[in-house]
Design a protein around this ligand. Structure first.
Ligand SMILES: Cc1cc2nc3c(=O)[nH]c(=O)nc-3n(C[C@H](O)[C@H](O)[C@H](O)COP(=O)(O)OP(=O)(O)OC[C@H]3O[C@@H](n4cnc5c(N)ncnc54)[C@H](O)[C@@H]3O)c2cc1C
Length: 494
C-alpha cells in the first residue's frame, strides 16, 4: 500500500494531523490499532474540555456563534488571556515546560479551535463542570470554559466525520510495529493486521498513538514501583508503541519520563477505561471535602488551588497511601456542589447520618483515627471567612500538620457521604522531542527526515502536573502542525 502521509493512531491528535495533511493535498492513510468499535483512543474517554486563550465573549463567539444574549447576560465568562495560559503552564510544571512548545500551544490555541470548528467540530460553554452560580450570575472559575459538543465521543465522531468527507482512509485493527527507513529518511510503517504483516509506504509519517500509560511494565520501569498497581482511565491500546518505534529510529527521549497525569478514580473501577462510563469513575470534587487514608488521616491539601490545577497530581499522592486507596468525605452542606460523576451507578459510596456511623462504614479505615482526625480538622477551620467556590476564598484551617488552604468547611451537617478512590493514570508525560514543525528530533539534535509527532507521545510540555483541558488542546495544535509539515514534506520528498 502506498500514500503520501501515514498517520499512526486515530485519536484527537492523529485526526487533526490527518485533516491538516489532507488540506495540503496529501493522500492520507490512518492506522488505528483498535477495532472500529473502540476507536478514538483516550480522546473519546474525555469530557471534551479544552483549554484555549480567549479575551472575552467576542472570542468565545468565534467558537460558539449561537451563544445567546441571555446566556451572555447571565454568565461571567471572564477571560483566559495568553498571559494566564503561560503562567499556568509555567507554574504547574514548576517552570520546566519547554518554552518553545508552550508558545506554540498558547499562541495557536484559539486559532486551532476555529480551524476545527471549520472542520465540523462544535463547541459549547462548559457550564456543567467549570462554572458555579454566584449571586445572579454563573461564573467560570478555572480558565477552562469551552468543551466539545457531545464531550469526547462527540469530538471523535465529528473528527471522523470530517476525515470521511475528506476521503481519508482509516485502517482499523492495524497496529503499527516499526518505521520503514531508507538510510535516515522515514519511508513508511510496518504494521500488523490480524495475523498479517503489511507495509505502508509513504513520504512522511506522523506518530500520534499515545503514551505508555496502558503498558504495565513500562509504567513500572519509568514511573517507578507501585505504578503497576494504578488503574488505567482510558484506552488499553496506548502502550508506548509510537515512542518505541521512534526511539528505535534514533529519536531523542525527552520530557518527564517518570511523570504522568493521574487522578482520584473509583476504587472498584475496571483495569482499563469503560467507554459506557467514560470519565465517570473520576472523583474531582475533593476541594469541598476532605480526603483520608487507611489510618483515617488527611494527607494532602484538598484546597491548595482550583481543582483544574491539582487533580492531575493527586492520583500519585493516593497511590502512595497504604493499600493505595483513600476516601473523600463530604457533609450535607456541600453535596449539591458535587459533580455529575458522583451520581453514576458504578460508584463506591458510604452514607450515614452521623460521623460515628460513617466511620464504621469506611472500608479499610481505622474508625478511631478517622473520628480523631475529623474533630481536629473541624476545630481548625476558620469559620469567620466566607465560603465561595468561584474564587480561592482563603477559608482555611490553622494549626494542622496538613493544611487545607481554601474552601474549608467543618464536617458537621448530615447526611455525610464518602467515596472510595484509588489512583487512575490518564497519560504519561515523557516522550519524543519535536521542533517547531513537529518534526521528531534525533539524539544528535537533528530532525529525522519524514517523521513527525503529536499528542501524548510528545515530551517536554508537562512536568509534575498539568492544567486541566490541555491534553486535547496540545493534541489539536501539534497534530495540525505535524500534519501540515508532513503534507508539505510529502510534496517535496523524492
Ligand atoms: C478519562 C479521561 C478523561 C480525560 N479528560 C480530558 C479532558 O476533558 N480534556 C483534555 O484536554 N484531556 C482529557 N484527557 C486527556 C486526553 O484524553 C489526552 O491528552 C488526549 O486525548 C490524547 O490524545 P492523543 O490523540 O495523543 O491520544 P489518543 O486519543 O489516546 O489516541 C491514540 C490512538 O493511537 C492508537 N494506537 C496506539 N498504539 C497504536 C499502534 N501501535 N498502531 C496504531 N494505532 C495505535 C490508540 O488506539 C488510540 O486510538 C482525558 C483522558 C482520559 C483517559
Amino acid at each position: 500500500m502506498a500514500c503520501d502521509v501515514v498517520v499512526v493512531g486515530a485519536g484527537n491528535a492523529a485526526l487533526a494531523a490527518a485533516l491538516a495533511a489532507r488540506e495540503g493535498g496529501a493522500r492520507v492513510v490512518v492506522l488505528e490499532r483498535a477495532p472500529e468499535a473502540e476507536r478514538g483512543g483516550n480522546s473519546r474517554f474525555t469530557a471534551g474540555a479544552i483549554r484555549t486563550v480567549y479575551n472575552g465573549v467576542a472570542d468565545l463567539k468565534k467558537l460558539i456563534p449561537d451563544l445567546t444574549e441571555l446566556e451572555i447576560a447571565r454568565t461571567d465568562f471572564g477571560t483566559y488571556t495568553r498571559e494566564q495560559f503561560y503562567d499556568d503552564m509555567a507554574r504547574v510544571t514548576q517552570y520546566r515546560a519547554n518554552p518553545d512548545l508552550v508558545e506554540m500551544l498558547v499562541e495557536r490555541s484559539l486559532d486551532t479551535l476555529v480551524w476545527l470548528r471549520g472542520k465540523g467540530v462544535k463547541f459549547l460553554p462548559a457550564y456543567g463542570r467549570q462554572a458555579f452560580k454566584s449571586g445572579d450570575k454563573t461564573r467560570f472559575w478555572g480558565g477552562l470554559t469551552v468543551e466539545a459538543s457531545g464531550g469526547g465521543p462527540g469530538l471523535v465522531e465529528a473528527l471522523h466525520g470530517a476525515a470521511r468527507r475528506q476521503g481519508i482512509d482509516i485502517l482499523y485493527g492495524t497496529r503499527a510495529l516499526a518505521l520503514l527507513q531508507d538510510e535516515r529518511r522515514v519511508r513508511g510503517v510496518a504494521a500488523r493486521q490480524g495475523q498479517r504483516r503489511i507495509a505502508i509506504t509513504a513520504k512522511a509519517v506522523v506518530l500520534a498513538c499515545g503514551g505508555f500509560e496502558a503498558n504495565t511494565e513500562w509504567r513500572t520501569r519509568y514511573l517507578g514501583p507501585g505504578w503497576d498497581l494504578a488503574k488505567v482511565r482510558g484506552t488499553r491500546f496506548n502502550t508506548g508503541d509510537g515512542i518505541r518505534m521512534a526511539l528505535d529510529a534514533g529519536a531523542m527521549p525527552y520530557g518527564h519520563w517518570s511523570g504522568c497525569h493521574a487522578v482520584a478514580w473509583d476504587r472498584n473501577a475496571p483495569e482499563f477505561g469503560d467507554l459506557a462510563v467514560g470519565d465517570g469513575f473520576q472523583k474531582h470534587s475533593y476541594p469541598f471535602g476532605i480526603i483520608v487514608n487507611a489510618r483515617g488521616e488527611r494527607f494532602v491539601d484538598e484546597g491548595a488551588d482550583f481543582r483544574n490545577y491539582t487533580y492531575a497530581k493527586y492520583g500519585r499522592v493516593v497511590l502512595e497511601q497504604p493499600s493505595q486507596f483513600a476516601w473523600q468525605v463530604f457533609d450535607g452542606k456541600v453535596l449539591h456542589l458535587l459533580r455529575d460523576e458522583y451520581r453514576i451507578r458504578q460508584v463506591t459510596r458510604a452514607r450515614a447520618d452521623t460521623l460515628e456511623e460513617l466511620a464504621q462504614k469506611l472500608d479499610g479505615v481505622d474508625p478511631a483515627g478517622f473520628l480523631r482526625e475529623i474533630a481536629a480538622y473541624n476545630r481548625a477551620v476558620r469559620r469567620d471567612i466566607p465560603f465561595d467556590p468561584t474564587v480561592k476564598d482563603g477559608r482555611r484551617t490553622e494549626g494542622l500538620a496538613v493544611a487545607k488552604s481554601n474552601w474549608a468547611n467543618p464536617l458537621d451537617t448530615p447526611p455525610f457521604e464518602a467515596y472510595q478512590v484509588t489512583c487512575g493514570i490518564t497519560f504519561t508525560f515523557g516522550g519524543l522531542r519535536i521542533d517547531g514543525d513537529a518534526a521528531v528530533i534525533d539524539t544528535e539534535g537533528e530532525p529525522i527526515p519524514g517523521l513527525y509527532a503529536a499528542g501524548e507521545l510528545v515530551g517536554g510540555l508537562f512536568y509534575f502536573n498539568y492544567p486541566g483541558g490541555t491534553g486535547l488542546m496540545s493534541g489539536a495544535v501539534f497534530g495540525r502542525i505535524a500534519g501540515t509539515s508532513a503534507g508539505a514534506a510529502a510534496t517535496v520528498a523524492v
